[in-house]
Write a protein that binds this ligand. Sequence first.
Ligand code: SAM
Length: 632
Amino acid sequence: MGRRAKNKQDIPLPLEFERNSGKTTAGLRNKLKFLTNKKSDSKKPNHKSDPEHNKRKVVDPTPQITKKLKQSGKFESWDDVELASDDNEEQEMLDGSEGEYSSEEISKKSDDDSDSEVEENDDSESDNEEEEQVEEEPTTLVEEHEEEESDVEEEEENEGEKKILFGSDSEEEVEENDSEDSAAGDSFDGSDEDARDSYGSDSESDEETTFGGMEKQSKKLLKQQKILEEESALELAEGGENVPELDENELFELPSEDQLVMEEQGMKDMKTVQMRIQEINNVLNNFARLKQPGKTRLDYINQLKSDLQFVYGYNEFLISKLIEIFTISELLEFLEANEVPRPITIRVNTIKTKRKHLAQALIKRGVNLDVISGKWSKVGLTIYESPVPIGATPEYMSGMYMIQSASSFLPVLALNPQPNEKVLDMSAAPGGKSTYVAALMQNTGIVFVNDANKDRTRALVANIHRLGVTNTVVSNYDGREFPKVMGGFDRVLLDAPCSGTGVISKDPSVKTNKSEDDFTMLTQLQKELLLSAIDSATANNTSDSGIIVYSTCSITVDEDEAVVNYALTKRPNVKLVDTGIAFGKNGFTSFRGKHFHPSLNLTKRFYPHTNNMDGFFVAKFKKISNKIPTKN
Ligand SMILES: C[S@@+](CC[C@H](N)C(=O)[O-])C[C@H]1O[C@@H](n2cnc3c(N)ncnc32)[C@H](O)[C@@H]1O
């Protein structure tokens, strides 16, 4: 038993997107527009303020953990925690960031994560300029987005992946999967539940981490998916939606002032606006040929923003942020993908079972499932349909799996924790990633799992117990203080609180609940936490140690590349290294006139419309020296 997962470099592309496409059909889109226009009422961030969250406290030090700690030789007694906090000379480095604000304040913002794709879409260079461009350039509003090469061949992805068919109770089919699955089971890929949430998306994540909540959540998702599929099929059979086909050569005129006034008075028709979005996209893509005399690119973009807000229900601030990231065509794909739930995925808990055994057990219960395609995960299963709530099966309750979005596997794969190491998960609740880390370490070594929100640490503890994880210590510190508490970690994961722009399909309230001020506070917190994460790790001579992984379930550059770039400038003792994940797009190396360190192209972005996963960002650092920077 217990072969460790092989090197995860070159994890191939997922195939899931092809089969279970996130693209909406024409008919479905009308339905989605309708849904979108409802003001989002769900999952308002619900973080209660927790006056105790800054107190240093080690929760739940069971005798078993204490024994393991002592055996590891890295820990003498529980007093060490406090001692380390007092003695740690790295503590001064903590205060190196600008601005102070409480976690509670940030907790009011929320979010989540997940997804995967098959093909890499080409990015085009952005040109957010008003001046007229030579025609036929794709319309992008950002300056540069370098792309990774997609080097995975579909043939290879398909090879040997016999699917476990939906509703099939044939054990033979499952057995056919054994060759791959047994490798999966034998190699100790862990599992974790993916109730990812960005920041205070308590409403969702906490809901998912309780038994009743899980049951409700999974029922809701499955039902939603089924309704959408049925309606889509019906509408297609009826001839699709009634938005007319676009004539790409027909001249289009922006609405007159009178028209706009009428629209403002409520005379706005969904189909007209949908059509206009397509028209504007077409003009922007063929600007020199199709532009209206006297109109600038910006005129079209402003109208587009207003129309996108109307159709998809985002606030102006967020639409403006998103329009900077994508070409218009890609933005439309992204917005559409956010209207469709991502596939439900689970992570097999290899501490308790193997994927083939769990798949067999669930299939016997009538669950329609498949392995997560693309061979990049050996512990993931996609659930297509289930007659029983997937969060309430005996297998779930006995800890054989975690309900977890596919993209939240990725930071842990990048972290690549090894048995017997000392690892820190700095913002860990409700523990989807922590428990995966623990499983990859085969329940050896020690994982300090911390979260500033005390309420959320309860869900974390519950998941740790359910999954049979025995190598963790749960703590409740503000992560920015962690270097004062303890250092010397081989690996540190910072799955940061974020705005949740990658998980809008799970939490539509993100469309409207973020303002510029929220972003300013959030990005400041992210920067401070990342410096703390770096300061908590220890560089040593081994090639794959002293690792820090920074991840968010947000796709805004402010929360991703800009934070990583900031850390590179403040901590010259780290460098970015390859994440080992072969799919996704490379991070931006420049954005809207700002230039980041060229190594930012080693970071990875994942999008719902291209990867059929929640939007996600992953950066992997290696600490090259323990020299403490002189200034923060
Ligand atoms: C994206 S969620 C983490 C999800 C978790 N990694 C998982 O996979 O289940 C972000 C977490 O950061 C926590 N958090 C917010 N501010 C923090 C701080 N200053 N220090 C540590 N954790 C913080 C939140 O309570 C929240 O649980």
